[in-house]
Design a protein around this ligand. Structure first.
Ligand code: UD1
Ligand code: UDP
Length: 382
């Protein structure tokens, strides 16, 4: 039996971890045992436990309960906690997802005590080092033994950084193996859309109609913390919802919620309160989010995961960032980078209103079996 330790911490990591966990219980029950460590980076029920329950991930074996703090303090506390667990559990691999501080902490803790790292969602780059995530993912990739890239762009980014496509097993931190294997979030999307979604009544609860509302999420630090950007984005939402008389639904990340009063102008805050189409709600569950994504007309987001899900559900997406790691979506014409410019957001919106029924969404995220491929590759490298 091979023991692995998986680190989760932020909302998207819990969601991503579901795919591998499912692949293990369906195909590798007798070969892989998984110990799950939650760093506690996200801790509100609707940012954490709801995903463990809905995506049927086992209750974590450990919860470090680190919570929120500055980057350095949060990451340092996580490294200390993860190191202790790794020394005790002695896994053959540490599994890390994405690019959060929980990912970075796991990478530093494991690399220093020579536990091989598996990085899932390797190779993604914004080429913008002012993003904390860009630092986290570069550091993690360069400490990893097995790197699994969801897209060809991600795989090619690794080649540009000197990873060798011809490296041969047995892979180690000094001879890493890189793989283009599809996206574990796409695995989830296919799996959960085959079941009857028990949360589909969210449409009625929110009094929405199919194709007649917009969906938006905003949580990146450069959007939440810079008043000019936050005002431009929320100003665009206010304008377009009033103009079309269709609701815009914002399941708002707690980070953004806490900064609205501080960073939005009093004039815009007043307008939003008076706008019956501007609906700020609490973060929703994964299955609720899937219903909103699949029923909406268009998506506005600065989230990585929501950009992809927009594509899975064949919805145009307006990206509220200066660049994206999910280049394929933009190249395919299904996403437009509007950053935090009110004019660009409104222009992109007008454009997609006209062409949305003519967009094509060819499959670029794998075959829905990325989790299974990753498990098999880890086992083959023993
Ligand atoms: C983190 C990740 C980001 C990811 C996002 C997913 C880093 C550097 N950033 O950003 O890459 O896209 O998660 O959602 O790791 N808060 C709560 N309750 C919670 C969690 C957070 O109120 O359960 C609030 C706290 O005020 C906290 C703030 O949100 O200070 C930011 O949380 P943090 O985990 O530091 O970063 P995110 O912005 O969530
Ligand atoms: N998500 C959710 N409820 C919400 C907002 C997002 O379930 O209210 C899900 C979304 O469907 C996707 C993931 O969270 O699967 C994306 O995570 P997030 O936007 O927090 O982080 P990112 O992907 O940008 O790192």
């Amino acid at each position: 039996m091979m023991k692995i330790v998986t680190i989760i911490g932020a909302r998207p990591q819990i969601i991503k971890a579901a795919s591998l966990n499912r692949a293990i219980s369906e195909n590798f029950k007798n070969e892989i045992s998984e110990v799950i460590v939650h760093t506690g980076q996200h801790y509100d029920k609707n940012m954490s436990q709801v995903f463990i329950d809905e995506l049927k991930i086992p209750q974590p074996d450990y919860n470090l309960n680190i919570g929120s703090a500055s980057h350095g303090l949060q990451t340092a506390k996580m490294i200390m906690g993860i190191e202790q667990i790794l020394l005790k559990e002695k896994p053959e691999y540490l599994i890390l997802y994405g690019d959060t501080n929980s990912t970075l902490a796991g990478a530093i803790a494991a690399a220093k005590i020579h536990i091989p790292i598996v990085h899932i969602e390797a190779g993604l780059r914004s080429y913008n080092k002012s993003m904390p995530e860009e630092i986290n993912r570069i550091m993690c990739d360069h400490a990893s033994t097995l790197l699994f890239s969801p897209t060809l762009t991600g795989y090619n980014n690794l080649l540009k950084e000197g990873f060798d496509k011809d490296s041969k097993p047995r892979f180690t931190a000094d001879n890493p193996g890189i793989f283009h294997c599809g996206d574990v979030m796409y695995d989830n999307s296919l799996f959960f859309n085959e079941i009857v979604n028990p949360k589909r009544n969210i449409i009625d609860i929110l009094n929405l109609k199919k194709d007649s509302f917009y969906l938006a999420t905003v949580h990146r630090d450069n959007n939440t913390d810079q008043p000019e950007r936050l005002n431009a984005i929320f100003g665009a939402f206010d304008t377009l919802s009033l103009k079309t008389k269709l609701p815009i639904i914002l399941p708002l990340h707690p980070r953004t919620r806490k900064l609205l009063n501080k960073n939005l102008s009093s004039n815009l805050l007043k307008k939003i309160k008076q706008n019956p189409f501007f609906q700020i709600i609490s973060p929703v569950s994964f299955l609720e989010m899937n219903v909103l994504e699949s029923h909406c007309n268009m998506i506005f987001t600065d989230s990585g995961g929501v950009q992809k899900e927009a594509y899975f559900f064949k919805k145009p997406v307006i990206v509220l960032r200066p660049e994206t790691e999910w280049k394929e979506i933009v190249e395919q014409g299904c996403g437009i980078i509007a950053d935090a410019s009110k004019t660009d957001i409104l222009n992109a919106f007008e454009y997609f209103q006209q062409v949305r029924n003519k967009l094509n969404f060819p499959n670029i995220f794998g075959d829905g079996k990325a989790g299974r491929f990753i498990c098999q590759t880890i086992l083959d490298n023993r």
